[in-house]
Write a protein that binds this ligand. Structure first.
Ligand code: NAD
Length: 380
């Protein structure tokens, strides 16, 4: 069987999730290749060595350039903070490697476009870690839309809420733009933008408000002029969106939502039905169809199992976890490498998501609707 050797760059929070997911992916499905966790790279030899041992990698290194130059490496998987993504990805693409990159693809759209163009020119397979879309309930919702069972997309309402801001260490890399922080829109908002575009198609226009929170516990939002003048990351935002198919959407993100640990949720209305999903009950979704008999109308809960895309268990109710959903994304990535078929979300999808992130932040300053540029290679 074909062997694919992976180099993981960055063994932190996501490095752990990816390490677990690479172990699960080939057990849960036949990928047509065996995936070998060859080398883990981190900032120092000591850190890399310890993490490689803990997370089950064959070897370790503190020099990603040297690792990328190795002919035995097939896949470079980037799990560093976003400001390093472009440099590492471009080097990996130049060396002919397939590249998996965590989200956001970068914090700057011009970098994202360079990455997408380089990957397209080199013909390597790319994928970005917008993992939530691979949840079987969300992938099945996509199937219902594609099959026409739900009809025409009308309205999409999404939120991604966390309470991480209350406990955050001000020195962590996420806290400032200078250290690679993406803000709530780029960090968590990018996930719901990905789900929105996956289900409803491209977003073409946005109007928005974003805010940063004052540091003291009792204080509220900063005046937005102060956020912009001080070049602070946004801690919360709301925006409206228009889709290319005429659908409309509302979005909310916050790092200061008390009691919300990691709540990714959406509702969608279409001309023949509606779906609602909440990551905190991720194994199920609720669906309503307009053609139900009058005495049967309303939402019903569907529990996902192995009849739904990526589902691993014949019996529903056993649990679908963060690692399983990450494993599904690597199944798609590895199958694309083996078969030559496209996978998603790739660097071009992620570059378009970054266009939307930046349009949302621009709209909050311009106080007007902002047009989102068409994705690479698509005329509008
Ligand atoms: N998809 C998701 O659900 C999800 C969740 C969390 C984070 N992320 C994304 O994953 C990426 C990493 O976030 P994280 O939470 O794992 O961060 P983290 O701080 O936990 O880990 C980052 C790791 O990268 C290492 N690193 C930094 N610079 C490096 C370099 N030049 N060479 C080698 N190693 C280097 C650090 O030492 C650290 O071990 C970010 O882009 C983030 O947005 C995605």
């Amino acid at each position: 069987m074909k062997e694919l050797r992976v180099a993981l760059i960055g063994g932190g929070f996501m490095g752990k999730a990816h390490s677990l997911a690479y172990a699960v992916a080939p057990i849960a499905a036949n990928l047509g290749a065996s995936v070998i966790k060859e080398v883990l790279v981190d900032a120092t030899p000591e850190l890399a060595g310890r993490l490689a041992g803990e997370l089950g990698w064959n070897s370790s290194s503190a020099d990603w350039r040297e690792v990328i130059a190795r002919p035995d490496i097939d896949i470079v998987d980037i799990c560093t903070p976003p400001q390093f993504h472009e440099e590492i990805a471009l080097a990996a693409i130049a060396a002919g490697k397939h590249v998996f990159c965590e989200k956001p693809i970068t914090n700057r759209v011009e970098e994202a476009v360079r990455m997408a163009e380089a990957a397209r020119a080199a013909g390597v397979v790319t994928q970005v870690g917008f993992n939530y879309r691979h949840t079987p309930a969300i992938a099945y919702t996509k199937q219902l839309l594609e099959e026409g069972r739900l009809g025409v997309p009308l309205q999409f309402r999404a939120s991604y809420l966390q309470e991480t801001g209350f406990a955050a260490d001000p020195n962590r890399w996420r806290a400032t733009k200078a250290t690679g922080g993406s803000g709530a829109v780029g960090d968590i908002g990018s996930h719901i933008i990905d789900i929105a575009e996956y289900l409803f198609g491209d977003i073409v226009k946005v109007a928005a408000r974003a805010r940063a929170k004052r540091p003291t516990p009792e204080a509220g939002w900063l005046d937005d002029t102060e956020r912009i003048d001080s070049d602070l990351i946004d801690d919360g935002a709301v925006w409206l969106a228009e889709f290319s198919n005429g659908g409309i959407g509302t979005f909310a993100v916050s790092s200061f939502a008390s009691g919300r640990m990691n709540r990714v949720a959406f509702e969608l209305d279409a001309s023949l039905g509606a779906v609602e999903f909440d990551w905190n009950s991720r194994e199920e979704f609720r669906v309503s169809y307009t053609d139900e008999a009058p005495d049967q109308r309303g939402f019903r809960t569907v529990h996902t199992n192995d009849k739904h895309p990526g589902g691993m268990w014949r019996i529903a109710g056993l649990g679908t976890g963060y690692v399983e959903v990450s494993a599904i994304q690597f199944q798609k990535f590895v199958r694309a490498i083996v078969s030559g078929e496209p996978t998603a979300p790739d660097f071009e999808d992620a570059a378009h998501i970054q266009e939307i992130v930046e349009a949302v932040l621009e709209a909050t300053v311009s106080d007007s609707w902002v047009d989102v540029p068409a994705r690479i290679g698509v005329a509008r």
